[in-house]
Design a protein around this ligand. Structure first.
Ligand SMILES: N[C@@H](CCC(=O)N[C@@H](CS)C(=O)NCC(=O)O)C(=O)O
Length: 202
């Protein structure tokens, strides 16, 4: 299995999850400027969508989209409990979180990365982010993780999105439970290992 990643991008959530699952895989960096792979190929040869993550399975099939790749990784090792079992109500709750993080939180953060997006639009994205985080804060209640007691792939995804906050000027101090979850996930050895593998600072 090969995970294609951009340093510090959302693919970091997949890398964290692969480590948590104890999976055998290779992490392949995509050059941010040239979008080339270490073997000289264009990344679009692997994933015509052009963005990360992409997970190349051992039979050569390529899986994309965080909402598909993260549960796939979780199911590689059910004993790691990175997702509730397929067919349970809880599994749909995980899908609900992944959809929310992907479409409602990640995509608003994505706008903040784009120099071409005008400031008023960025402010709208920040207001959206604050509303999305307020809901997470409320839903967390006394739970340590999004799904309750167990860390899941959704927490890895939320952690990575929030790791962009400082450089994008997103303040999460109004959300102490979200902040505590972020710190809890940051302290996991898998996160340390994944950050080190991507050459990210401590
Ligand atoms: N819908 C995609 C979005 C992935 C995405 O936004 N990837 C970003 C990094 S976080 C990316 O590769 N951006 C580079 C680009 O769009 O060229 C998913 O959830 O997998």
């Amino acid at each position: 299995m090969k995970l294609y990643y951009l340093q510090g991008a959302c693919s970091l959530a997949c890398l964290i999850s692969l480590i948590e699952a104890g999976a055998k895989f290779e992490a392949i960096p995509v050059d941010r400027k040239t979008r080339k792979l270490p073997d000289g190929r264009d990344y679009t040869e692997v994933n015509p969508k052009g963005y990360v993550p992409a997970l190349e399975l051992d039979d050569g099939e390529v899986l994309t989209e965080n909402t598909a790749v993260l549960p796939y990784i979780a199911d590689l090792n059910p004993s790691a409990k990175l997702a509730p079992p397929v067919g349970t109500r809880e599994r749909f709750r995980l899908q609900e979180w992944l959809g929310y993080l992907n479409g409602e939180l990640h995509k608003n953060f994505s706008l903040l990365f784009l120099p071409s997006v005008p400031e008023p639009m960025k402010q709208i994205a920040k207001d959206n982010i604050a509303r999305r985080l307020a809901l997470i804060e409320e839903r967390l209640g006394d739970k340590p993780y999004l799904m309750g007691e167990n860390f899941s792939v959704a927490d890895a995804y939320l952690y990575v999105i929030l790791s962009w906050r400082e450089r994008l000027g997103v303040d999460i101090s109004a959300f102490p439970k979200v902040t505590a979850l972020y710190e809890r996930v940051r302290a996991r050895p898998s996160v340390e290992a994944a950050r080190k593998a991507e050459g990210l600072s401590a």
